[in-house]
Every structure is written in C-alpha cells, then in structure tokens.
Write a protein that binds this ligand. Structure first.
Ligand code: FMN
Length: 194
C-alpha cells in the first residue's frame, strides 16, 4: 500500500510563502513515489467550526482527504506567535482522524516560528497524533525570490522533512494498523481505534 501525505496550507495570501514551501515538500515526497494531496484552505475555505450538523459537500470532501491520509504536513504563517485561524479551524474539525498518524510542520515567520509549531504540536498531541520533533521555519523575503527558493539550506531541510516523514510516518502507521488488525490489547491503537 502506498504511503499517503496530505499537505495543509493555511495562509489566505495567494503568494503565501508557507504554502509555497509546502508544495515543494510535497514534490520531494512525490519523487520518492509517495501519493500526496494539497489542501489549500485559501482555495477551499472551511466555514467556522460550530457543530457537526449542516455538513456541506466541501466539508465532506475535506473529511475524505483527512481519512485518506497516513500522514500530514501542516503549513502556517506566524500570526502573533500562533498558527493561523484557518489552521486552528481545520484542526477543530478533523481531530478524530489524527490518531496513529505523523505530523510535520512548516511555519513562515520573521522570527523562528517556534511557539507557532509548538502550539500545533500541542493540538495534534491532544488528538492522539504523533509529531516530528523538528519543524521547518522559513523567512519568506530572505528565502524566496520570484516564487523560487534562493536558500539552498531551506531546500535541503524541506527534502529532509519529506524523507523523515515518509520513513518514520510509515513505521508508526504500519504498527498502528497492525495493532488494530490484530486486536492487540493494551496498545495505543487498541485504545484509540475508530
Ligand atoms: C495578523 C498577523 C500577525 C503576524 N504576527 C507575526 C508574528 O507574531 N511574528 C512574525 O514573525 N510574523 C508575524 N506576521 C508576519 C507573517 O507571519 C509573515 O508575513 C509570513 O511570512 C506570512 O506567511 P505566508 O506568506 O505564508 O502568508 C504576522 C502577520 C499577520 C498578518
């Protein structure tokens, strides 16, 4: 079974640096034969999470993408040291499908985006998802020129993120699915299976 990654871009800017870096990371994954999808919340906006009633076609389509994914890359701008509202809204909707899946993080910030990525990690942990121990921070004006990366270190880090997500995400996901299939008592998967 092919490993599947869903990238979630959450900036409302058309020329978003974080979404651009996300696309590049997904391209690295595709080169390793991985299936990827991009959910760009700027193009597919979700209504503010209110209740599970009134599920629209759009919400159902995004839910299908989330269920499809074995792993996620969350990309956000730094807004006051935290993630964008659209990213938080995304996490509020789909938390129940994160257990046993690995998350990687990208943040566009003038600082390092550490608090931003920590807050995404906290939300993901609360939903029983696993997190990569590092994230990739980008400074748009310094790292990009005319929509292309000009910082080779950033290029290399995005490649590393893609590679590590596939490697560790695959191990975690396979173990989780095996534990569910084998009804393995007293395991993480047994407790949180859907
Ligand atoms: C409402 C708002 C709050 C922001 N807060 C911060 C901040 O606290 N720290 C920071 O470094 N940049 C901050 N920024 C700047 C953005 O993080 C920065 O422009 C980023 O590159 C935008 O990402 P994007 O290109 O993916 O949209 C803020 C921007 C906005 C619009």
């Amino acid at each position: 079974m092919t490993f599947k990654i869903l990238g979630v871009g959450s900036s409302m800017r058309k020329e978003s640096f974080s979404t651009l870096a996300l696309k590049i990371t997904l391209e690295f994954a595709q080169k390793e034969g991985i299936e990827t999808q991009l959910l760009n919340l700027q193009k597919t906006p979700l209504p503010m999470f209110y209740s599970e009633e009134n599920e629209t076609t759009e919400i159902r389509q995004v839910k299908d993408c989330v269920k499809w994914a074995d792993s996620f890359i969350l990309a956000t701008p730094d807004y006051h040291g935290s993630m964008s509202g659209s990213m938080k809204n995304f996490l509020d909707y789909f938390w129940s499908d994160f257990a046993g899946k690995l998350f990687g993080y990208i943040c566009a910030s003038h600082e390092k985006g550490l608090t931003v990525m920590d807050q995404m990690r906290t939300a993901v942990r609360q939903c029983y998802g696993w997190s990569m121990p590092y994230g990739v921070s980008i400074n748009g004006n310094e790292d990009f020129e005319n929509g292309e990366i000009k910082n080779p270190q950033l290029q290399s880090r995005l490649g590393m993120l893609s590679h590590d997500l596939i490697t560790y995400g695959g191990i975690l996901r396979n173990q989780f699915l095996n534990d569910i299939e084998n009804n393995a008592q007293n395991t993480f998967a047994f407790h949180y299976k859907k």
